[in-house]
Ligand binder design. Structure first.
Ligand SMILES: Cc1cc2nc3c(=O)[nH]c(=O)nc-3n(C[C@H](O)[C@H](O)[C@H](O)COP(=O)(O)OP(=O)(O)OC[C@H]3O[C@@H](n4cnc5c(N)ncnc54)[C@H](O)[C@@H]3O)c2cc1C
Ligand SMILES: Cc1cc2nc3c(=O)[nH]c(=O)nc-3n(C[C@H](O)[C@H](O)[C@H](O)COP(=O)(O)O)c2cc1C
Length: 669
């Protein structure tokens, strides 16, 4: 496909932008005192060099109460200089235009980090943090509006090309817009007009301060996806009003609020799911519209632009994962991209835990300055055992550094345990991680030997300089009576496709990530898949209630037995709630603080506290974790080779741990 539209220049107000790719604001938490640290600079520098058209630095705080020291700040004049110098550097060395997102978090800020009670249109607690904000007075409103103006003027003085005001999400302006969070009885509450007033006044005041020729825009939620909140209709009204007020040279349309129960950005969200929001708003305004959320596939982005749904495409996490994505697409090398798999583990989950942003598949994120890949001084012959993410990443980087690498995989394909994740509901995209590593390996000299276990004999015969043991893990054994029964199978076997006739009653032992996700897979088996659901819905074959009945009923009773208090405790905050919601929709039962006692042919016995109970069962699936496989390191220790153990073989972790271990150790050898 030719990417004619994606690389077509566009002009917003007077700002000429080389292509249609926007990097939207993303809180990275690379500071502890609002300052533009070297970590931030290195992150942005790589993305600007990678060919993005409009790169957003931010969110940037307009005051202290609406933010935290972990995000950037522009609420004092002395904060201008750090940006001035950096933006000038980016303007000199790249073609990217630089945008700033000005943000006030409203009730989403926290006293724990800002040191101040959050403020909001009304004193309604934040459902996520439980914190109660203070209702803003007239004086507060004036102060916040003035803070926006001052921050915008500082942004202009710092050399930013474009100012974006965050008017969506569950942040302050969005909170004024929504009847859920705005219960005011003054001119800022009540009717839609009144609720829009706070945001429109800010937009107008900022426009007046910046002048008519300075490019500025807004970011809105196309729909809040919160019960009782704003819908697309109100969002369109706000966008029309903002354009009319002269304060929106462009409109960036994102999805719903943090507290929505409709997944917005996880791997479960079909790519392009929220494009219709941008398309609808574009139909109502005359200014350029940006579309957002899961549009990282370049072909999808190109098609979205060609279809007229939007004028620019936001690539947020796709540019975290691969800063060079625009260049790679432009140069016809898009197959080599590091994809965003929507796992959120290194990015959104990290910031919710107060940690710095990293990336599962790009181990350099947040460490760009200290992790350059340099040629090795001494070139080695290296054998890698295991073609999972740890072994593949190691082989890739070691080879790029000039080492002579042979990668052995005992199975018939690369990818290791990621191949088990692929069949899980909403996780098929994880297989793109394997495809990407395979394609990147193809551009190196790495010799790949599939169906070839690396053995102590081979090592002793060939004595490589270095043996890297990346042999992964195997399911942990569970010692209970009946575990060897014919009705017992491991989750790994289920995910390998070895699914016997499992019957209607299934018990899953272990309510961690693997147990819960495998339970969901099994619960979904008999239900109408999404494609057929949409076909039936499209043709109005059945009414909505009947359709839901087909979709949420797999005809199987699935029970998860978990000894701990919390199910899916090892799943990230941004995905856990959706996993539990999906299990509930599918009618699965989760029994926590419950132990399995034994397994019989037709039932399992469980123990909750002092009570014992029998559950009828046809099939038992065991998902009680995994243990490292590293025998090779022991058996080969008498060979003359140096030995390194990485990934799950060293310590059970996640894909990010495996990739990072592979990358970091390859930088050191
Ligand atoms: C069901 C399931 C769901 C998961 N979900 C997630 C998730 O959502 N997010 C996440 O981050 N992580 C998840 N994980 C964990 C993640 O997949 C692992 O942490 C990661 O794959 C470990 O990578 P690795 O390269 O160390 O080992 P592996 O992926 O296990 O790869 C090891 C490879 O070594 C090969 N091998 C073994 N012995 C030899 C030998 N002697 N010679 C040659 N080859 C050999 C194996 O065949 C295998 O291909 C999940 C795991 C499972 C099982
Ligand atoms: C770590 C992280 C922090 C984010 N912070 C903000 C923010 O402060 N302001 C904002 O408007 N959007 C924020 N977003 C949302 C992104 O701008 C973007 O809309 C979202 O990631 C979906 O797009 P994508 O699928 O291209 O990543 C954040 C996203 C991530 C991953």
């Amino acid at each position: 496909m030719e990417f004619l539209k994606l690389f077509e220049p566009i002009t917003i107000n007077r700002l000429y932008i080389i292509n249609r790719i926007v990097m939207p604001a993303m809180a990275l938490f690379y500071t502890g005192d609002y300052s533009l640290t070297e970590r931030y600079r290195a992150f942005y520098r790589e993305r600007a060099k990678g060919g993005v058209g409009l790169m957003t630095i931010g969110p940037v705080a307009i005051d202290k109460v609406g933010s935290s020291p972990f995000i950037l700040g522009l609420f004092e004049d002395h904060q201008i200089n750090q940006f001035l110098e950096f933006i000038s550097e980016l303007h000199t060395s790249t073609d990217a235009k630089i945008s700033i997102q000005l943000m006030h978090q409203g009730r989403n800020s926290s006293e724990k980090t800002s040191g101040m009670q959050p403020i909001a249109p009304s004193a309604i607690p934040n459902p996520l943090s439980g914190e109660m904000p203070r209702e803003m007075t007239g004086e507060d409103i004036e102060q916040v509006q003035e803070a926006y103006v001052k921050a915008a003027l500082r942004a202009k003085a710092a050399g930013f090309d474009y100012v974006e005001i965050l008017a969506g999400g569950s942040y302050l302006i969005g909170e004024f817009l929504s009847p859920v969070t705005n219960h005011r009885t003054d001119e800022y509450g009540g009717s839609v007009e009144n609720r829009m007033r706070f945001g429109l006044e800010i937009i107008t005041r900022v426009r007046n301060a910046l002048g008519s020729e300075f490019p500025m825009g807004i970011r809105v939620s196309g729909q809040d996806f919160v019960e009782g909140g704003n819908t697309l209709a109100e969002s369109c009204r706000f966008c029309i009003a903002a354009e009319k007020a002269g304060g929106a040279d462009a409109i960036n349309v994102t999805g719903g609020w943090h507290e929505t129960n409709v997944p917005q950005v996880t791997s479960e969200v079909p790519p392009g799911a929220f494009l219709y929001l941008a398309r609808a708003i574009k139909g109502k305004v005359g200014v350029p519209v940006f579309a957002s959320n899961r549009l990282g596939d370049p072909e999808l982005a190109e098609k979205a632009l060609r279809s007229g749904a939007a004028d620019m495409i936001c690539w947020g996490r796709p540019l975290i994962a691969d800063p060079e994505l625009p260049q790679k697409v432009l140069m016809g090398r898009r197959q080599e991209r590091v994809p965003c798999i929507g796992c959120n583990q290194g990015c959104i989950d990290a910031i919710f835990a107060g940690a710095m942003v990293s990336c599962t598949l790009n181990p350099r994120v947040g460490r760009e300055a200290s992790t350059e890949i340099r040629e090795a001084e001494v070139k080695k012959r290296i054998f890698v055992a295991g073609g999972g993410p740890a072994g593949m990443e190691f082989a890739l980087i070691a080879s790029r550094r000039g080492h002579q690498v042979t990668l052995y995989e005992k199975g018939d394909k690369l990818g290791g345990q990621i191949n088990l994740i692929g069949p899980l509901p909403g996780k098929g995209v994880y297989l793109e991680a394997v495809k990407s590593l395979e394609l990147r390996l193809q551009s190196t000299e790495v010799k790949i030997k599939l169906n070839t276990p690396l053995t102590p004999e081979i090592i002793e015969a060939e004595t490589p300089d270095l043996l890297v043991v990346a042999t992964g893990a195997k399911p942990a054994e569970l010692n209970i009576p009946g575990i060897d029964g014919a009705n017992v199978i491991s989750a790994w076997d289920v995910l390998c496709g070895d699914l016997p006739n499992i019957g209607k009653r299934v018990v899953v032992i272990g309510g961690g990530a693997t147990g819960c996700e495998t339970a969901l897979l099994v619960a979904n088996l008999g239900a109408v898949p999404a494609e057929i659901f949409s076909f039936l819905a499209y043709h109005r074959a059945l009414d909505t209630v009947e359709l839901r009945g087909l979709m949420y009923n797999g005809g199987r009773q699935v029970t998860i037995i978990e000894v701990a208090e919390k199910p899916a405790a090892n799943v990230g905050i941004s995905t856990r709630w959706a996993l539990l919601k999906n299990l509930k929709l599918m009618g699965a039962t989760i029994r926590t603080k419950t132990k399995i006692v034994d397994i019989c042919d037709e039932y399992v016995r469980i123990e909750t506290g002092d009570a014992t109970e029998s559950i009828p069962v046809d099939t038992v699936i065991v998902a009680t974790g995994s243990v490292p496989v590293h025998d090779l390191a022991q058996t080969a220790r008498f060979a003359k080779s140096e030995i390194l153990v990485i990934g799950d073989a060293n310590r059970i972790g996640k894909i990010s741990d495996a990739v990072r271990a592979g990358f970091d150790s390859a930088l050191l050898v």
